[in-house]
Design a protein around this ligand. Structure first.
Ligand code: ZN
Length: 244
């Protein structure tokens, strides 16, 4: 069974809808797994949470989700992120607040994968951007796979023993994921930062052990227009079109 792995949606409903539609076109109808930062930066926090509830998503909390419900101090964020988090906190409906408050920091799924936002060792804050961090974190989860987000950059790293292999990929091409342990970051649905503005996600087949990274075009202008109406900071509006 293939599962859609989503992360860093960041309250971007147009991007989320495009990704869910793409997954359905690929024949994937099961509830998506979501690796946190559901809200923050974007203009549609309530709508995104409603869509995730409607699709019965399995989700962990990210630092932006915690900030939006007062569970992390805004002082730990940069000025733009803090401004967006304060805006989000101000508009969230009570039901959405409850949804975010109830999210766990870590989920172990069927002895196959551990789901976190940042890293197994520090789900709220650690950025897994270097091999050293990946090696150190192997001791902090018990399943073969670790699914994480937070960096907004799609990555697949396989470990045979302690030896890492960073896998090169082309979106839309299935990859074997047959090592003892692996890390998968599906990239960001709503706020990509690898220079490609299209929404990023991954399809994971746990039985066949393969992964497919996917990129989905969506109407960035719709989200930008809604951000302007919400008076979210201009640099956040601008960067969406660049994928930076
Ligand atoms: Zn994020």
């Amino acid at each position: 069974m293939r599962v859609a792995i989503l992360s860093d949606i960041h309250a971007n409903l147009a991007a989320l809808e495009a990704v869910l539609a793409d997954a359905r076109l690929q024949g994937v109808d099961s509830p998506p797994w979501v690796l946190g930062d559901i809200v923050g930066y974007g203009p549609d926090p309530d709508e995104v949470i409603e869509a995730l509830r409607a699709s019965d998503a399995l989700a962990v909390a990210g630092n932006h989700d915690l900030a939006a419900v007062g569970a992390l101090p805004l002082a730990e964020f940069n000025a733009l992120a803090a401004a967006a988090a304060a805006w989000t906190a101000g508009v969230l409906k009570p039901d959405s607040q409850k949804y975010l408050q109830a999210l766990p920091l870590k989920i172990e799924k069927a002895a196959t994968c551990t789901l976190v936002h940042g890293s197994p060792r520090n789900p709220e804050w650690e950025y897994l951007t270097h091999i050293d961090g990946l090696v150190e974190n192997l001791a902090h989860f018990d399943t073969p796979g670790c699914l994480y987000g937070h960096t907004h950059v799609p990555v697949l790293v396989l470990f045979d023993g302690a030896e890492p292999r960073v896998i090169e990929y082309k979106p839309g091409t299935p990859l074997r994921c047959d090592a003892d342990r692996f890390y998968l970051n599906p990239g960001s649905v709503g706020q990509p930062r690898d220079g490609d503005r299209r929404a990023s996600y991954a399809l994971l087949d746990l039985q066949a052990r393969d992964v497919e990274f996917r990129r989905v075009d969506y109407k960035v202008e719709i989200t930008q227009q809604r951000m302007k109406m919400a008076r979210l900071p201009q640099p956040l509006v601008h960067r969406l079109a660049l994928g930076r």
